[in-house]
Ligand binder design. Structure first.
Ligand code: SF4
Ligand code: SF4
Length: 689
């Protein structure tokens, strides 16, 4: 688990987790010719079928296929100050988990004489032009139409682009060849980080185009610019013996770039490593991380942990034979996909006002960052399922579970659990209304942190909530999709169930796989390390795996004594009463229709999430919070009376400004739903999008 002694709550978001401001910079232009020309990265590993790189290749190609697109003809009102623009866009990069972001003028010396292009694009472009999706997600038709139109548009160039943003993703540690699960992830660091950097660049290029400016993303597999030279030009590395090197991460990183005609403020070049001040750059402040998130001790979350175990100490949790929520399995009724609350909203079941807010996915599209993320989510729907390799690789169930977990954590999933996938966890009918015969009996559940910082900067009535959700949903869609593809590559069936296209109910699977307990919020599974601020996704498969057991960290007793979310919910959707049996589950029954209505129709922003923000389990991950977590798990009935659980009192008192240029997070952004426990009542059904 990453250890932090100091909060970085006062740090402007656009400065990022590393103390780049402590580095020495120069005024003259850097000598880009001192950097050896880059070579395109290949995701082709047909000689090593077990390598996860093969599965990543499909997703990298899809990102490359949509790295360009149509520009909004209506220009948005943007800040005129280039520095303010840059700060906003850097903050967006950090929101997407980039380790570092730099900006520069687009230098001629970085233009490639012969741009390179991912050979997998053409096949996927054909799919984007022709394939139909079978999902009830609001606005998917508009996303697919946009993608189709983009694919058919005449080719463009980056002539006229004047500025660039560089997004740097650091490598995690090298897997030890002898550690459990290493077989899939060996020799995949560059691919993993290139893929993650590409995700950010593709979303942000799309965002800039939505603002009405030209922008194109450049990745390790499709680019018009030399990524190494761009890294130096943007002040993220200095040329050292022909290679770009960063003072904090060395040469262990990958980047992706966005070029644009949107004027930005350039960062100054970094001084050579030899001219960096050891005291200022790597002195005590760096060792202890005073005021910034990354430090010398916590920089690598897996430095002292095996990938298969995850970054959090899950091994310390108490495992139990059955979930702490009673599930009367024989009485859980399967429901059709159409009972999804957001599907019902767009069909008009909840009235005209709600329908107007749902049609075309308006609740997500009304915030441009969320709209930019949703385009990528839409494209990934085409990759969630597919044919399996005809030749099956034999895997022992324990080995299979180990490989899946190690690969998931290596890619960046925050928590993974494996369980059976009982029939009652599947919808009865799919999005087209056809009866659904459960095809897989194994489930890999994954959760993605929505981000403490952003949650702290949100109010519930703002424009960040929907983008916060979309960011996590998109991350699962990418990483869960890669795991599903990997399993199919090895000859088994597998499908990723994302927020846009899923056929299973996720909360019961999260419970069975030990990723959390049911909370008072009702439809939110609460994880002891991430609290309720998470989004989930599931990969179902017929690959036999050993299962995890459910966990018990005292949450039922804690929520029994704590009504905070019920008090804070603006729509009155969360009950302050006791648990009751509902559709086979013993839960605190929230009113999902009230919640969905509020989130779809709110005029103060897009979506909500106030319950997640104000819950005392929404913690920053500081060393100082350890006593609260220990006490909450060991004396849960008394939990709500402890200081740690009351610091987030009311919304008005608890919203912290993290602006300082990072106003991004409190300005136009927008969540889509959570996954809920199914219901047979018309007024209380599954929430999702
Ligand atoms: Fe209530 Fe908002 Fe949470 Fe929905 S998301 S339950 S409206 S606090
Ligand atoms: Fe449980 Fe309190 Fe969190 Fe609500 S706010 S989910 S009652 S701990």
């Amino acid at each position: 688990m990453t250890l932090r002694f100091f909060t970085d709550a006062g740090r402007p978001v656009h400065l990022g987790p590393y103390p780049l401001e402590r580095l020495t910079r120069t005024d003259g232009p850097p000598d880009l010719t001192a950097i050896a020309p880059m070579r395109a990265l290949s995701f082709e590993r047909s000689d090593r079928p077990m390598s996860i790189v093969n599965a990543m290749g499909e997703y990298q190609a899809m990102l490359d296929a949509i790295r360009d697109g149509l520009v909004n003809k209506a220009r948005a009102e943007c800040p005129q100050d280039p520095q303010e623009r840059t700060n906003h866009l850097k903050a967006f990069g950090y929101f997407n988990d980039s380790a570092m972001v730099g900006a520069c003028l687009l230098p001629d010396a970085a233009l490639l004489e012969t741009p390179f292009r991912n050979p997998g694009i053409d096949r996927l472009a054909h799919d984007l032009r022709t394939r139909q999706t079978k999902t009830l997600a609001s606005g998917i038709d508009m996303i697919m139409a946009d993608l189709k139109e983009s694919m058919e548009a005449p080719p463009t160039s980056i002539a006229g682009h004047t500025h660039a943003l560089v997004f740097l993703d650091e490598f995690p540690r090298d897997p030890d060849p002898d550690e459990p699960g290493a077989a899939w992830i060996e020799d995949a660091l560059a691919h993993r980080s290139s893929l993650r950097a590409a995700e950010t660049a593709i979303v942000i290029a799309n965002y800039i185009r939505l603002l009405g400016y030209n922008a194109r993303a450049h990745t390790a597999t499709s680019s018009d610019v030399d990524l190494g030279r761009m890294t130096v030009a943007a002040g993220l590395a200095s040329p050292e013996a022909g290679a770009p090197v960063n003072p904090y991460v060395g040469d262990r990183f990958a980047v992706a770039v966005v070029t644009t005609d949107f004027e930005l403020a350039a960062d100054r070049p970094l001084a050579p490593l030899a001219d960096q001040s050891g005291w200022r750059a790597r002195g005590p402040a760096w060792w202890f991380g005073k005021g910034f998130a990354k430090n010398a001790i916590n920089r690598e979350p897996f430095a002292r942990r095996r990938y298969v175990d995850g970054a959090f100490p899950f091994e310390k949790l108490q495992r139990v034979a059955k979930p702490t929520t009673f599930i009367d399995e024989a009485r859980v009724a399967r429901v059709p996909k159409r009972t999804d609350m957001f599907a019902r909203a767009q069909f008009g079941d909840m009235g005209k006002t709600v329908q107007a807010g749902a049609i075309g996915g308006h609740y997500a599209r009304k915030a441009a960052p969320s709209m930019a993320q949703r385009r990528v989510l839409g494209a990934f729907v085409l990759l969630q399922d597919g044919d399996s390799d005809p030749e099956r690789t034999r895997l022992d169930p324990h080995e299979a579970a180990t490989l899946v977990k190690a690969a998931s954590y290596f890619l960046g999933v925050d928590a993974v659990g494996i369980s059976r996938c009982p029939d009652w966890a599947w919808y009865s009918h799919d999005a087209a209304g056809d009866p659904l015969d459960p095809p897989h009996d194994q489930a890999i559940s994954m959760i993605i942190d929505q981000g403490y910082e952003t949650m702290e900067g949100a109010s519930g009535d703002d424009w960040i909530s929907v983008s916060q959700s979309m960011r996590a949903y998109l991350r699962f869609s990418l990483l869960g999709g890669v795991i599903a593809k990997q399993i199919r590559n090895l000859g088994y069936k597998a499908k990723a169930h994302s927020v846009i296209d899923g056929e299973v109910l996720q909360p019961p699977l999260l419970l069975l796989s030990g990723l959390g307990e049911v909370s008072r919020i009702g439809e939110v599974i609460l994880n002891p390390y991430l609290g309720p601020r998470l989004k989930s996704g599931v990969v179902t498969t017929d690959l036999p795996m050993t299962h995890d057991l459910p966990i018990d960290f005292g949450l039922q007793a804690f929520c029994e004594s704590c009504n905070k979310c019920a008090r804070e919910c603006p729509s009155g959707a969360i009950t302050a009463g006791p648990k009751l049996m509902f559709n086979g589950y013993e839960i605190w029954k929230s009113d999902s229709q009230k919640c969905a209505t509020y989130r779809i129709t709110t005029e103060g922003g897009a979506m909500c999430g106030r319950c997640m923000k104000t819950c005392p389990w929404n913690l920053e991950g500081l060393f100082a919070e350890a006593p609260f977590r220990w006490a909450a798990m060991n004396m849960p009935k008394a939990g709500p009376s402890w200081p740690g659980s009351t610091t987030r009192s009311t919304m008005a008192g608890s919203i912290r400004s993290r602006n300082g240029g990072g106003t991004w997070r409190s300005k136009p952004m927008a969540a889509i739903g959570r996954h809920g426990i199914p219901s047979t009542n018309a007024d209380c059904r599954r929430i999702s999008t």
